[in-house]
Design a protein around this ligand. Structure first.
Ligand code: MG
Length: 160
């Protein structure tokens, strides 16, 4: 019988001037980007933590520490590909993943499918296995005030 595991990931990054906005591996035209050691792709960070969580393999802070200059300005989608390699090396297959971005702006729907494809390609899975939604918090809290972006991800992994 195959072994199934679920994993949950969550991340938040603050908006900052002079930064590109990269979400789901896609650079989006926006007046501000997200602050962070890497490219601060909050959606990909949540997805990586969900996968590592399902593998019981720690978190992205352990694998790609922000104290390590090697990861300064790193492309998070490239790190996701590394997590995909770890996943396969451990005998795991990604059965399904769903994600949500929490932000007031920009609008995600024009970029949704490109982001899903970009993340699926990094993981070597069909884009049908990666879901993405976006929601606002109706003006409430830090994301509601437009101070940053939060993301959540849940995955199901299987190993036979
Ligand atoms: Mg992060």
């Amino acid at each position: 019988m195959s072994e199934m595991r679920i994993g949950l990931g969550y991340d938040v990054h603050a908006f900052a001037e002079g930064r590109a906005l990269v979400l789901g591996g896609v650079e989006i035209e926006h007046p501000v980007g997200l602050a962070g050691h890497s490219d601060a792709d909050v959606l990909v960070h949540a997805l990586m933590d969900a996968i590592l969580g399902a593998m019981r393999a720690g978190d992205i802070g352990a694998h790609f520490p922000d104290t390590d200059a090697a990861w300064a300005g790193a492309s998070s989608i490239g790190l996701l590909a590394r997590v995909g390699d770890l996943m396969r090396a451990g005998g795991w297959n990604l059965v399904d993943a769903d994600t949500v971005l929490v932000l007031e702006s920009p609008r995600i729907s024009p970029h949704r499918d490109t982001m899903r494809i970009r993340m699926a390609e990094a993981l070597g899975v069909d884009a049908a296995r990666i879901g993405l939604k976006a929601t606002t918090t109706e003006g409430l809290g830090a994301t509601g005030r437009g101070e940053g972006v939060a993301a959540q991800a849940v995955v199901l992994l299987e190993r036979s």
